[in-house]
Ligand binder design. Structure first.
Ligand code: TNX
Length: 512
C-alpha cells in the first residue's frame, strides 16, 4: 500500500519507467591482450573502415602511419594513403596528450566517425595501433585480400604500461634460427607490447654472430647445433637487419655472449683460449669455462664485445654468467669484474643472469633473475642487486621458462623447473615473486631455451599461448589481474594466430 502510494509521485513513476534503461548492462569490453588500463565501450556506435579511408599522421609519426597502412592494406585491399590532413572516416594518429601517458602510453578513441590514436611518443602510437588491430576482425591479419566489413565497436581506451622492461629471450645458440624467423618473433612479441628481445648468441653448442677479428668463432663454432645439425650464424649485416627490424617495432635487442661458462663453441674454435692450449672438439659434452688467468681471454673478449657494441644501439650487453660450474668462486668474481670494465669501455652497461651479482657490479647493471619460487640462494643475490641499485628483470624458471612442458602430456620440452601451464605463466606478480625487492623490478622476461627444439614450429608451440600472458604481466596493472578474465581474452587470440599461421598449443585451459 505504502509503495503504491509512493509511486503516485512523478519522480517515482519516472524511475519505474526508466529503470530498465538506466540499469542495462554496458556491452562487454572487447577482448584485448594485454588488458588496457582503462577500456570503455560506447554503446550503439560502430566505426567502419571504408575503401576511401586515409591514415593521417604528422611527420613525426609517419613510420607508425606506414606500419599501420601496410598492415591494413594486405587484408582490406584498400589504398589507405598516409597523409597529414584528414576527413571523417580516417584513422588519425596524433603526437600529443597528457604527460601522464609517458613514452609508451596512448589514448585510443573509436567513434562512428573516426579512429583517433594519440600518444606523447611514437612508441605509444605503435601500441595504440596494436590495440586497434585486436579490435578489428581476426581476418585483418591475413596476407591476402579478404571481404569486410572492417568494423570496430566504438570504444575509449587509455593505456600505460606497468613495467618499462617487457622482454622475451630467444636461444639461437643451441639451435640456429635465421633472420626471418627472428623477425616473426619480434612481430609476435610486439603485437603484445613487449619491447626487449634478448638474443642468446653463444653457447656450448654453437656461436651465432660473426666476429670479424675472430672469424672461426662463427665459421667453425657456428657450424653445428645441439642436434648435430648444420648450425648457422648471423653476419654482422644480418644482425644489423634484426636490430633495425626490431627498432621499427619499438623492440630493443640485448645481445648475450655467455661467459665464463657455456663456451665450448668458442674454445673449440681457438686453441689459445684454452688453459692447456688444446681445443676441445665441437659439442664436447660437459661444462666448459674460459681460462680466467690467461691474458688472451680478455683480449678476445675486448674484440668480441667491441664488435658487438659497435652494432648494438641498445644500452646493454649481456655477458651471461650462469652455471659457471667449472670456474672457482674467486675466478668468477675476478672474471666478471674484468668483463664489466670491458663492457663499460665500449660504452655499454652490463646485463647478466643474476649470478653476476657475486662480482662488484656498478649501479647501472641489470640482473636477469631466473630463480624459482622460494630459492634462498637466488633471493640473497636479488638482495645484493637491490643494495647496489641494480634493477632486476624477472624470468623465474618455474613460471616463465617457455622450454618447460605445459603438462605431463606435452610431447616436447623440459621439466626440471616443473611444468609451466598457461595459467602458471600468467598467474604471478613480479612485485612479490622475490620478497622485498618490488621497487627494484624493471620488468619481466620470458626465456625460450632451445636445447631440445630444432624446429621453428617447436618454438612457436612452446611460446604460444604462454608468451602473451607474460606480456600482460609486464604491461597491465596488477588490479586488472584475473585468470578467469584473461583466459577468455586469450582465447580470442587463437583465430588471429590461425590467420597468421602461428603453430600454437591449443591448451585445454583456454576456452578457444
Ligand atoms: C638453464 S637458465 C640454463 C640454460 C638452459 C636451460 C634449460 C640459465 C641461465 N641457464 O643454459 O638452456 O636451463 O632449461
Amino acid at each position: 500500500m505504502t509503495r503504491k502510494l509512493l509511486c503516485l509521485t512523478v519522480s517515482c513513476l519516472a524511475a519505474l519507467l526508466f529503470a530498465p534503461i538506466a540499469t542495462a548492462a554496458p556491452p562487454p569490453p572487447p577482448k584485448v591482450v594485454p588488458e588496457p588500463s582503462s577500456i570503455v565501450t560506447l554503446p550503439g556506435q560502430t566505426f567502419t573502415l571504408k575503401p576511401t579511408a586515409k591514415i593521417v599522421a604528422p611527420a613525426g609519426a609517419a613510420a607508425t602511419g606506414e606500419y599501420l597502412a601496410t598492415l591494413l592494406r594486405k587484408s582490406t585491399g584498400f589504398r589507405l594513403p598516409v597523409t597529414t590532413t584528414g576527413l571523417p572516416g580516417d584513422i588519425r594518429l596524433t603526437l600529443g596528450g597528457p604527460q601522464s601517458l609517458g613514452t609508451e602510453g596512448y589514448r585510443l578513441t573509436v567513434t562512428a566517425v573516426n579512429v583517433d590514436i594519440s600518444a606523447k611518443a611514437e612508441a605509444g602510437l605503435f601500441y595504440g595501433v596494436q590495440t586497434l588491430r585486436q579490435l578489428l576482425p581476426a581476418k585483418i591479419e591475413a596476407k591476402t585480400v579478404q571481404s569486410g566489413p572492417w568494423t570496430v565497436k566504438a570504444v575509449t581506451v587509455q593505456d600505460t604500461p606497468r613495467y618499462a622492461w617487457r622482454g622475451a629471450m630467444l636461444d639461437v645458440a643451441r639451435h640456429f634460427f635465421p633472420v626471418p624467423q627472428v623477425e616473426q618473433y619480434i612481430d609476435l612479441m610486439s603485437m603484445y607490447k613487449m619491447n626487449t628481445l634478448h638474443l642468446h648468441l653463444s653457447d656450448n653448442d654453437g656461436w651465432r654472430i660473426d666476429i670479424k677479428s675472430w672469424p672461426r668463432l662463427a665459421r667453425y663454432g657456428g657450424s653445428t647445433d645441439a642436434s648435430r645439425g648444420p648450425g648457422g650464424f648471423y653476419t654482422q649485416d644480418d644482425y644489423t637487419a634484426i636490430v633495425r627490424y626490431a627498432a621499427s617495432r619499438h623492440v630493443t635487442i640485448v645481445p648475450e655472449i655467455d661467459t665464463p661458462g657455456h663456451v665450448t663453441a668458442a674454445l673449440a674454435s681457438y686453441a689459445p683460449l684454452n688453459c692447456d692450449g688444446v681445443a676441445p672438439p665441437l659439442l664436447n659434452p660437459g661444462w666448459s669455462s674460459l681460462c680466467v688467468p690467461l691474458d688472451i681471454t680478455y683480449k678476445w673478449l675486448d674484440d668480441v664485445i667491441g664488435e658487438l657494441a659497435a652494432i648494438t644501439p641498445g644500452d646493454y650487453i649481456d655477458i651471461g654468467g650462469d652455471e659457471a660450474v667449472n670456474t672457482s668462486a674467486a675466478d668468477y668474481k675476478y672474471f666478471v669484474n674484468r668483463v664489466q670494465a670491458i663492457v663499460t669501455a665500449h660504452g655499454k652497461k652490463l646485463m647478466g643472469w643474476h649470478q653476476v651479482e657475486a662480482a662488484d657490479l656498478a649501479g647501472s647493471a641489470v640482473a636477469d633473475y631466473w630463480g624459482t619460487a622460494g630459492s634462498k640462494d637466488d633471493e640473497a643475490l636479488a638482495k645484493v642487486a637491490q643494495n647496489r641499485g641494480n634493477k632486476l628483470v624477472l624470468s623465474p624458471a618455474d613460471k616463465v621458462y617457455l622450454d618447460m612442458k605445459y603438462d605431463a602430456s606435452t610431447p616436447i620440452g623440459q621439466d626440471w623447473a616443473g611444468y609451466n601451464s598457461v595459467r602458471d605463466s600468467y598467474d604471478w606478480d613480479p612485485a612479490t615473486f622475490v620478497p622485498g625487492v618490488a621497487d627494484d623490478v624493471a620488468g619481466v622476461e620470458a626465456p625460450l631455451w632451445t636445447d631440445v627444439f630444432p624446429n621453428w614450429d617447436d618454438v612457436q608451440f612452446m611460446a604460444f599461448p604462454r608468451l602473451p600472458g607474460i606480456a600482460e604481466i609486464g604491461w597491465s596493472a596488477q588490479r586488472t589481474h584475473s585468470w578467469d578474465d584473461y583466459r577468455v581474452r586469450l582465447a580470442a587470440q587463437g583465430p588471429r594466430w590461425d590467420v597468421l599461421g602461428v603453430k600454437y598449443f591449443r591448451s585445454p585451459e583456454v576456452p578457444w
